[in-house]
Design a protein around this ligand. Structure first.
Ligand code: PRP
Ligand code: URA
Length: 209
């Protein structure tokens, strides 16, 4: 059964408090999304396998641990997920990046797909799907379904703010996918926005409103 992980690290919570503030401008918002992604990445990758190797330090021989070469992919859901990519690849430079373009139909709140470009060997990679907002869960669930259709077997979902309906949907649709969020907010409003949330993540990252 999948698990929901909520990060209560003080650095993440502090940055999130500034991100939520309606007076935070585009530049700072963008930087904070990247920084939070970087901090969350640190925890999301906690279970990566390591192997012991022997090296020579200037002083002696030492047995040390290195990543065991697991192949990874970061898959942002466009647009807003793009804001999290730089922070992730700063931590995992060897990761490939795939893109899935989805937007929510404003009337039905259902995800509509408009773009997809994935690494050719995506089926062999451990995938971390990134998107700042996890509201109805429609976009995240559709992205995971799509990745599974491409053969992916190990998927994690990393979002900044979630809401209960999203987790309900994800655990039902994808009981094999763990979700990681910096906060679980209270509810959705009548337009499907997370309350209190941070507003429209894509518009705030790209300055389109
Ligand atoms: C936002 C957000 C998620 C989605 C979350 O994207 O980035 O992808 O909504 O909502 P859901 O959980 O109800 O699916 P949006 O559709 O606004 O597109 P954008 O990123 O292009 O602005
Ligand atoms: N998408 C957003 O950008 N914000 C929300 O609160 C919900 C979905």
């Amino acid at each position: 059964m999948s698990q929901l992980h909520v990060f209560d690290h003080p650095l993440i919570q502090h940055k999130l408090s500034i991100l939520r503030d309606k007076n935070t401008g585009v530049k700072e918002f963008r930087e904070l999304v990247g920084e939070i992604a970087m901090l969350m990445c640190y925890e999301v990758t906690r279970d990566l396998p390591v192997e012991e190797v022997e090296i020579e330090t200037p002083v002696a021989t030492a047995k040390v641990k290195r990543l065991a070469g697991k192949k990874m992919a970061i898959v942002p859901i466009l647009r807003a997920g793009l804001g999290m990519v730089d922070g992730m690849v700063a931590m995992i430079p060897s990761a490939k990046v795939g893109h899935i373009g989805l937007y929510r139909d404003p009337n039905t709140l259902e995800p509509v797909e408009y773009y997809c470009k994935l690494p050719p060997d995506i089926a062999e990679r451990d995938v971390i799907v990134v998107d700042p907002m996890f509201a109805t869960g429609g976009s995240a669930s559709a992205a995971c379904t799509f990745l599974k259709e491409h053969g992916c077997k190990h998927i994690k979902l990393m979002c900044i703010i979630g809401a209960p309906p999203a987790w309900e949907k994800m655990r039902k649709d994808h009981p094999d996918v763990d979700a990681y969020v910096a906060a679980m907010d209270d509810h959705l409003n009548e337009h499907g926005y997370i309350v209190p949330g941070l507003g429209d993540a894509g518009d705030r990252i790209f300055g389109t409103k």
